[in-house]
Design a protein around this ligand. Structure first.
Ligand SMILES: [Mg+2]
Length: 156
């Protein structure tokens, strides 16, 4: 859990982290070992979910036996399914992280939405629906390790 009071934003009590997979955690369908390790470590502190259309069909096997939970959604209704997934987890306890156009609604719905600009780019729509944009996924893990950076960036 992460509890942080951000003046002019809101008091955040984050218990769940929802990640998009392709373009967010993985590039060309592959997740780097250090990102995989950080993700599994994060699952000691939060409920961690990956919500993905699983374009490459590799996601479930990457997380077999770990406490990271994988939710595979259909390709066609991705935006609505991701938003619904966050709502069902109780949006105000959720940090959502994504890079794609179909992540826009879940980033907006979550208490905190972070967009990442990784090697596969970030949909321009996320400039408006995210609370924060990070240069890459490693920086998101850094902010979760040291949330004072979050406070500094989000205070009004
Ligand atoms: Mg993506």
């Amino acid at each position: 859990m992460l509890k942080i009071d951000i003046p002019g934003f809101q008091e955040l009590i984050i218990k769940k982290v929802v990640f998009d997979y392709n373009g967010t955690l993985a590039l060309k369908g592959k997740i780097q070992p250090e990102i995989l390790a950080k993700l599994k470590k994060l699952a000691d502190l939060f409920e961690v979910y990956i919500v993905t259309a699983d374009t490459y069909g590799t996601v479930r096997q990457s997380f077999t036996g770990s406490s990271v939970r994988v939710k595979v959604i259909s390709g066609s209704q991705g935006r609505q399914e991701k938003e619904r997934f966050v709502k069902d987890l109780n949006s105000n306890e959720v940090l959502a992280v994504g890079n794609g156009k179909n992540d826009a609604a879940m980033l907006q719905e979550a208490a905190l939405g972070i967009a990442v600009l990784e090697g596969e780019g970030m949909a321009a729509e996320l400039y408006r629906s995210a609370d924060l944009i990070c240069p890459g996924i490693a920086e998101v893990f850094e902010l979760l390790d040291n949330p004072r950076g979050l406070k500094a960036s989000l205070r009004g």
